[in-house]
Design a protein around this ligand. Structure first.
Ligand SMILES: *Cc1c(COP(=O)(O)O)cnc(C)c1O
Length: 405
């Protein structure tokens, strides 16, 4: 193991997330290089809202809650930089977003457009609205699909003509463009490119048919990165020129920012920057099966359990090559607290460290933090040898109504 992790674990305790700002910035550069010049990159804070990471990425924030809005503002972004998205925006959060300067929203239904407009009118402002589109057909076959089927996301594009009069009547909003997010985690470049081409063509067709002004077209993302397994984020050597061709063909003014083209990404930008360091608390054998019990389980890395993932891990300095099979489990009192079931591991004993790579995205905040009441992992931000920040999420009960005695 990298001696650096052992040193940080000794200083700050485990479980510990270590995030490397240089790595986050490298991912940002690589994504910018894979895209045509002038394409704006939104960072989806859902992947990791840590303000130091948001600050380092220097992307416009794509947010879906007032908590993410607070994180974006703490990172130095202005409300006006943010794009507010999500299928369940409440009146209260819209009011708060508008009050804090957010002026760009992705709308998922006619009611959503009207709610955004109502919140804007309370403050005598006008909010820009991108219509999120659920395309009728899906081109790509890989990744997590979010459109092409019935979903809570976006306007079914075939139903748009009928709903346009209602959208045009909405006050407090200006229809400013379109938002697409058809898939996630596409490792195959051809599939990703095909999806973008279909998206760009559809954006142009909808704008023409519906006479919709296009100031901003957010064509989505889907840029892939490994999750809790070793490896590197995907590379897309041909994407840039293929996108340029598609944009030149369909959205003529894009090189002059008319429309402005945007992409969005979470995992690609931040996955590789994060490593989880956990300690072995105990090792036991039950009916011939070995269990390595860590101080981090689905309360520290919970996104995995939902996906049923098993973890390859990298382990401590004295442990060496994999020598046996064991289940890596967490400390929670549920048989579901498993990070890896009967996987190859080195000889591990109490006090050894285990690291899980590529967990900068969907780590801490995708976990079952409060389940069984353990403290959240410490999060350490480093740049080279320097420790930039050390923090830990706190959750605490705040009484809304005091009981009288
Ligand atoms: C989740 C999400 C993202 C980020 O997805 P990644 O796969 O992490 O890049 C971006 N945009 C929207 C609308 C999302 O829901």
């Amino acid at each position: 193991m990298n001696g650096r992790y052992a040193e940080l674990a000794a200083r700050f305790g485990t479980p510990l997330y270590v995030y490397d700002l240089d790595e986050a910035e490298a991912a940002r550069r690589e994504l910018a290089e894979a895209l045509p010049d002038g394409v704006e990159i939104f960072y989806a804070l859902k992947a990791n809202p840590h303000p130091e990471l948001v600050r380092a990425l220097r992307c416009r924030p794509e947010i879906s809650s007032t908590g993410e809005l607070a994180a974006a503002l703490a990172a130095g972004a202005a409300g006006a930089d943010c794009l507010y998205t999500g299928p369940g925006k409440t009146a209260g959060e819209l009011r708060e977003a508008i009050a804090r300067g957010v002026r760009a929203f992705s709308a998922e239904s006619a009611t959503d457009v009207e709610h955004i407009g109502a919140a804007a009118r309370e403050r005598n402002v006008v909010a820009d609205v991108l219509l999120r589109i659920n395309a009728a057909s899906a081109s790509a076959t890989t990744g997590i699909r979010m459109t092409g089927t019935p979903t809570q996301f976006g306007f079914d594009c075939e139903a748009l003509p009928a709903v346009m009069p209602r959208l045009r009547r909405a006050r407090g909003v200006r229809l400013a463009g379109l938002h697409f997010f058809p898939l996630s985690n596409a490792t195959d470049e051809a599939a990703l490119t095909g999806e973008f081409q279909a998206t760009i063509e559809l954006a142009a067709r909808l704008a023409g048919e519906l006479e919709l002004p296009l100031r901003l077209v957010d064509i989505g993302g889907g840029f892939a990165a490994p999750y809790a397994v070793p490896g590197r984020r995907a590379s897309y050597p041909k994407l840039r020129s293929d996108l340029e061709s598609a944009l030149d063909l369909h959205l003529h003014g894009w090189r002059d920012g008319e429309p402005q083209i945007a992409c969005e990404s979470g995992r690609y930008l931040i996955s590789g920057a994060g490593t989880l360091v956990a300690s072995v608390s105990n090792v036991k054998v039950s009916r011939g099966r070995k269990f390595v019990i860590l101080d981090a389980g689905i309360n520290a890395l919970g996104g995995l359990s939902g996906l049923g993932r098993l973890l390859p891990v990298e382990v401590g300095p004295d442990s060496g090559e994999p020598v046996e099979r064991a289940s890596l489990v967490g400390p929670l009192c549920t048989p579901g607290d498993i990070l890896g079931r009967q996987i190859e591991v080195p000889a591990l004993g109490p006090g050894d460290l285990v690291t899980v790579p590529n967990v900068g995205a969907y780590g801490v905040t995708a976990s079952l933090l409060a389940f069984l009441g353990r403290p959240a992992p410490v999060e350490v931000i480093v740049r080279g040898e320097e420790v930039v920040s050390v923090s830990r999420l706190e959750y605490a009960r705040r009484h809304q109504v005091s009981s009288s005695g």
